[in-house]
Design a protein around this ligand. Structure first.
Ligand code: AMP
Length: 209
């Protein structure tokens, strides 16, 4: 059995057409189901639908052979023990810092507070910038933190920027371009090499089309 872990949400929506082009189609409509594991048209392939961070954990421990995850999750995780096979070019967005409107560009006098779910990325980024930052871990709704005085700025992914604007924030500094990646377990790539290579090549071909 080949197990492919997919990240739920907007990444999943863009992943399914690539999987379908590679000849893998779930047996039921994932968006209409509460299930977490799905059979496919191929009796030897099953799909898991998880949060991005959990996709990496499943693949790392070999509970999934390969999967699709945002580059933001890989950067935060470090990606040790995993192969990053292909850039799928889907769910593109940017990892940015953001502040309250009209505050971007104002130089900081002392330590700042930064709210984010990307603690490791933020720690690295501010250290590289030579900015002393206390990182505050949040699990969602980062945009609220500067408005409520919890933090001076946030680190989050931004697509259209509408969510920032709706919450009185604006983009400040660019950290990285993000898109989704095909990732594999190292041992699986040895043991199931032929089968995984066929799938990974077919997905890569669908991407370049
Ligand atoms: P935006 O289009 O900038 O208003 O983005 C809306 C929200 O969706 C943001 O708060 C992000 O956290 C999230 N988001 C944006 N792009 C992506 C993406 N490619 N994958 C997952 N979440 C995203």
């Amino acid at each position: 059995m080949i197990t492919i872990a997919l990240t739920k949400g907007r990444i999943l929506k863009d992943t399914l057409p690539l999987l379908s082009a590679a000849g893998i189609v779930p047996e039921e409509d994932i968006s209409k189901s509460r299930k977490l594991v799905f059979a496919t048209n191929r009796s030897d392939v099953q799909l898991l639908v998880l949060r991005g961070a959990d996709v990496l954990t499943y693949i790392r421990y070999g509970a999934a052979d390969m999967g699709v995850v945002g580059k933001d999750m890989l950067m935060e995780d470090g990606g040790a023990q995993l192969y990053e096979l292909h850039d799928l070019g889907i769910a593109r967005c940017r990892l940015m810092t953001a502040t309250k409107k009209d505050q971007a560009g104002i130089a900081y006098q002392s330590r700042i507070k930064v709210a984010t779910k990307y603690v490791n990325i933020a720690q690295r980024y501010y250290a590289e910038q030579g900015v002393q930052a206390d990182i505050i871990k949040l699990y969602g709704g980062m945009e609220l933190a500067p408005i409520m005085g919890l933090a001076d700025e946030i680190v989050d992914i931004v697509d259209t920027g509408k969510t920032l604007v709706a919450n009185g924030l604006e983009e400040a500094n660019f950290i990285a371009d993000i898109s989704s990646r095909l990732v594999a377990n190292k041992a699986s790539m040895k043991v199931k090499h032929a089968e995984l290579k066929v799938i990974s090549d077919a997905i890569a071909a669908a991407v370049s089309e």
